[in-house]
Write a protein that binds this ligand. Structure first.
Ligand code: SF4
Length: 254
């Protein structure tokens, strides 16, 4: 696996340090809608740099350490003037490969990684809701282990950045480069929104960004152990998530 540290660039010499403009950014939906139009044609790297400048330490990056997320961390670490605030929703049932990758990123990149855990331990969840809740009521399990913790992870921030892309499926076709997140009343920045699968892979490979080895074993989308399986060649990238249920989203982005 590649080592991305040597590829981190120094801050450009001609970059003029600015005070965070976050206080001047109003979050009314119409302002964010205007920003979405203005940012639509920007390269992902420019969206990341603009968001880092604009929101400063009031910006946090959501990462499940999937391919998009590692690309984003690498991009943001190149332009951020301070350790990058990154959070991961640690459900307690992620793949060992994902936990190893998290540790690797903490060692290699200038990030402050917050591992956000659910209120209930797995044992408490079993006690209150029965064994293997994910196999009976995955919506409730995701609500307890992901959606509620997300709300806590975003408290105190003005904006969050995600790896959402339109090409990831029908539920994500309408994603904009920047959106008003109504549920949390925050600005949500999606720099990779226009990229294809191939463009993400090309970036990760050309920049030498470390990635989850499961991607090369048939797992294009990686979530919790109990709800993720490998997909066959030609199968939809998200077909391996919650197989056997109609569920296609964990509820973080809807
Ligand atoms: S993905 Fe599965 S195990 Fe993970 S929180 Fe959702 S239902 Fe629970």
């Amino acid at each position: 696996m590649a080592d991305g540290r040597h590829l981190l660039r120094a801050e450009p010499a001609d970059r003029i340090a600015r005070e965070s403009e976050v206080d001047r950014v109003t979050l009314e939906p119409h302002r964010i809608a205007e920003m979405a139009v203005a940012w639509e044609d920007l390269a992902p790297q420019d969206i990341v740099a603009t968001a880092c400048d604009l929101f400063g330490d009031r910006l946090t990056l959501a990462s499940s350490f999937g391919l998009e997320d590692v690309a984003l961390i690498h991009m943001a670490a190149n332009v951020a003037r301070r350790p990058l605030d990154v959070f991961c929703l640690d459900t307690g049932v992620l793949f060992p490969e994902t936990y190893s990758l998290m540790k690797r990123f903490e060692d290699l990149y200038p990030i402050r990684l917050r591992r956000i855990t659910p209120e209930l331990t797995l044992a408490q969840q079993e006690e209150q809701h029965g064994a293997a809740l994910w196999s009976r009521e995955p919506d409730l399990c995701c609500k307890l282990r992901k959606v509620a913790p997300l709300g806590r992870a975003l408290q105190g921030y003005t904006a969050w950045m995600t790896g959402l892309r339109r090409a990831q499926g029908p539920t994500r076709e309408g994603t904009r480069a920047v959106e008003h997140d109504e549920r949390h009343d925050l600005c949500k920045v999606n720099p990779l929104v226009r990229w294809s699968d191939e463009e993400v892979w090309a970036y990760v490979r050309s920049e030498g960004v470390p990635y989850n080895p499961l991607h090369e074993r048939g797992y294009p989308s990686i979530g919790c152990v109990h709800c993720t399986r490998a997909v066959a060649l030609g199968e939809d990238a998200r077909a391996g998530r919650w197989a056997g249920f109609t569920k296609t989203e964990c509820g973080l982005h809807i």
